[in-house]
Design a protein around this ligand. Structure first.
Ligand SMILES: *[C@@H]1O[C@H](CO)[C@@H](O)[C@H](O)[C@H]1NC(C)=O
Length: 236
């Protein structure tokens, strides 16, 4: 296939350092890959969500159709891996210096759960979310979660708490780009939601936040100059 040069030029501009672009599009459970776009609502664009007060901050928008109707079984206490790649196509094997995200992207990676009656339900507003994992900035190594995500080839691995109730959940995993977050809007939010069913859980009732709502436009976690930073706390 012949691709006109202009495509490469505009692609290079689009993938410049200001906008890193990454998409969470697949989940592994205890190291078993469930497949690309299986049980994950994959946005068709890798553009960032930047409005923390929009409903798009919940689970992203404009999903690849049809959205998977798979609900992934996740034993409580198991390790899951949210797989991020540069585009919504997932891992393509093509040489891409911005796979799974551009290394100039700097920021935290977070994961939340919200209990739902049915993990395939389209409705994502009004849910109560609790954070199950976050990775921020290590001030000794000066390494960001995004650096670790890059080194791990897009795999963000964390534990689903063993204490939470069994049942269906949306799992919201997110990479945040702060390299342009001097003002609001500037921080870039890249998230998708996976559809899971937690089995063998407990009875804990975690404290929750709402989306939108969990992220404030004046938060020091969202407006920040990362160059010369000494300490950082992820939002939420
Ligand atoms: C990332 O996860 C996928 C799917 O589980 C796995 O095949 C791959 O080996 C992992 N890559 C790294 C670098 O851990």
């Amino acid at each position: 296939m012949q691709i006109p040069l202009v495509s490469f030029v505009s692609l290079a501009l689009l993938t410049g350092s200001a906008s890193s672009k990454t998409v969470f599009s697949g989940l592994s459970v205890n190291g078993v890959d469930q497949g690309h776009a299986v049980g994950v609502r994959v946005p068709s664009s890798n553009n960032a969500i930047t409005d923390v007060n929009s409903n798009d901050i919940i689970c992203n928008t404009n999903f690849i159709q049809p959205v998977s109707d798979t609900v992934i079984k996740v034993p409580a206490g198991s390790q899951v891996t949210a797989q991020f790649h540069h585009t919504s196509a997932g891992y393509t094997g093509l040489a891409d210096p911005s796979e799974p995200l551009d290394p100039t992207n700097k920021g935290p990676v977070t994961a939340y759960l919200a209990a739902v009656p049915d993990a395939t339900q389209p409705t994502v507003t009004g849910l109560k979310w609790f954070k199950v994992w976050q990775d921020g900035y290590n001030s000794e190594t000066h390494q960001w979660a995004s650096d670790r995500l890059f080194l791990n080839k897009g795999n963000a691995t964390f534990t689903i708490p063993s204490c939470i109730a069994s049942g269906q959940y949306l799992l919201r995993a997110e990479a945040i780009g702060l390299q342009n977050a001097y003002t609001y809007p500037g921080a870039q939010f890249y998230m998708s939601c996976a559809q899971i069913e937690v089995t063998g859980g407990g009875s804990a009732t975690p404290q929750t936040v709402s989306f939108p709502g969990a992220y404030a436009t004046n938060s020091a976690s969202i407006i920040t100059n990362i160059y010369g930073i000494t300490d950082y706390t992820p939002p939420g």
